[in-house]
Ligand binder design. Structure first.
Ligand code: ADP
Ligand code: MG
Length: 416
């Protein structure tokens, strides 16, 4: 069998440089500018051409065959006119450096192929996936027939018919297959991106409706009291009372908006070093009435540790978790708060012995609008908490068992 090993090597180069690298590029480097992407794409195709050239399938002295035309076709069709010129020049020069009669043949073949590519690239890039494969098949059929007839007719090479057949077949198949796979990968990457975008849009629209819903209540109340104040027969003390209520309600609306904006902002402002022990004590102070109401006993074990964060956000984060714990123990129970350290981190453990969560519920924890509390729940608390922990460079681990209880482990990088 003629150079099967070289042939497989050629195919491998094409897969690495034409499929693998461009797909990785698309997947992981979305921040790269289009211009840089094009440069890398061209460079990758150049490498494919050179690697193919350096591992040729020799048939007669001075004459080599390889899959460089497949790479040239692929790179030219996707890359456009500039890529075609670059790739054409690279192919001709590198082939010329290797010497032999075939170098002249290459000049002719590559020039004609480049012209054909220049005429097809625009149409190619505006076509659907199927049409692209078809166009590429046509172009590569032309290229391989051209290469073979050029060397037999003008350069008088006698090449076995079997080889001619195999060469043409392989060039066409590989080119079509590469384009097909590239389209499939690109398609799924695009789909994935669109899905993420749709998901984000959905979160935003849900958020918008929640905000307007929750802000409307205090606004309605405020409006009612302001309207009452229009009556002139109101006593001064009543007037003052109504004003106070109005101001309170406006403050509440403001707070709600601020809370919802927590996850719109990537990094919170006003980051300071927080005394975590004090922060926990402050939370305890806030939730004691609620705990008493539910007959929940609170146990604490604090050591002194510090971490960086925005105090208001951090309070919100702890409050959401602790409130969930108390709500999970409607008929008495025990809430435990512990602050300890592990290596360079501090760990806050918040535990309850309440109703717990099933595996499915646990998996959905933190998903926007996931709540088991019906009308009483918003399903936003855990999402906000997780986002805040994340912004502090921390991690949240949760384990839970139905009817046994839930443990929250907040790990944060501790500072001196
Ligand atoms: P909400 O409290 O408004 O329902 P959260 O995002 O705070 O929204 O919590 C989402 C859901 O996670 C809750 O409805 C509840 O089912 C579950 N959950 C959270 N914390 C606990 C806990 N400590 N014990 C049991 N279930 C919990
Ligand atoms: Mg909650």
């Amino acid at each position: 069998m003629f150079g099967l090993q070289e042939l497989l090597l050629n195919v491998l180069f094409l897969i690495i440089f034409l499929l693998f690298i461009p797909v990785i590029l698309e997947l992981n480097f979305s921040k790269l500018s289009q211009q840089n992407k094009t440069v890398i794409f061209n460079l990758s195709t150049v490498l494919a051409i050179i690697c193919c050239l350096l591992n040729p399938i020799k048939i007669v002295d001075g004459y080599i065959f390889d899959l460089r035309l497949a790479a040239l076709t692929f790179g030219g069709l996707y890359g456009g006119i500039r890529s075609i010129v670059i790739l054409g020049v690279v192919t001709i020069t590198s082939r010329a450096l290797l010497g032999g009669l075939g170098a002249f043949a290459t000049v002719i073949v590559v020039t004609i192929l480049a012209l054909l590519l220049i005429f097809t690239t625009k149409k190619f890039n505006h076509s659907s996936g199927k049409k692209k494969v078809l166009l590429a098949t046509l172009v590569s059929s032309f290229a391989s027939v051209l290469a073979i007839s050029n060397s037999t007719l003008f350069f008088g090479q006698s090449i076995q018919p079997a080889f001619i057949f195999i060469y043409i077949l392989i060039t066409i198949t590989i080119t079509a297959l590469l384009i097909y796979l590239y389209e499939v990968f690109q398609g799924s990457i695009l789909l994935n991106k669109q899905l993420i975008k749709i998901e984000k849009m959905e979160v935003v629209s849900h958020l918008a409706s929640s905000v307007s819903h929750e802000v409307r209540n205090p606004l309605t109340v405020t409006r009612g009291f302001l309207q009452l104040m229009l009556h002139s027969d109101l006593s001064a003390s009543k007037r003052e009372e109504y004003l106070k209520i109005s101001i309170d309600e406006i403050d509440r609306a403001n707070d709600i908006i601020k809370d919802y904006l927590t996850f719109a902002k990537p990094t919170p402002e006003n980051v300071t070093v927080l005394n975590i022990k004090e922060e926990l004590q402050r939370i305890l102070h806030v939730i004691t009435p609620l705990a008493n109401m539910n007959g929940v006993e609170v146990e604490t074990k604090f050591s002194e540790f510090y971490a960086k964060g925005n105090q208001q956000y951090f309070q919100q984060c702890l409050l959401n978790i602790v409130k969930n714990c108390i709500e999970a123990m409607p008929n008495a129970g025990k809430l435990t708060l512990e602050l300890k350290s592990e290596k360079k981190n501090l760990i806050i453990v918040i535990s309850d012995n309440g109703e717990g969560m099933s595996k499915e519920q646990l998996a959905r924890l933190g998903e926007p609008y996931f709540t088991t509390k019906g009308k009483d729940g918003t399903g936003l608390g855990m999402m906000v908490s997780m986002k805040i922990i994340d912004s502090m460079g921390g991690k949240l681990n949760v384990n839970s068992e139905l009817n046994v209880g839930t443990n929250f482990y907040i790990t944060l990088p501790s500072v001196k």
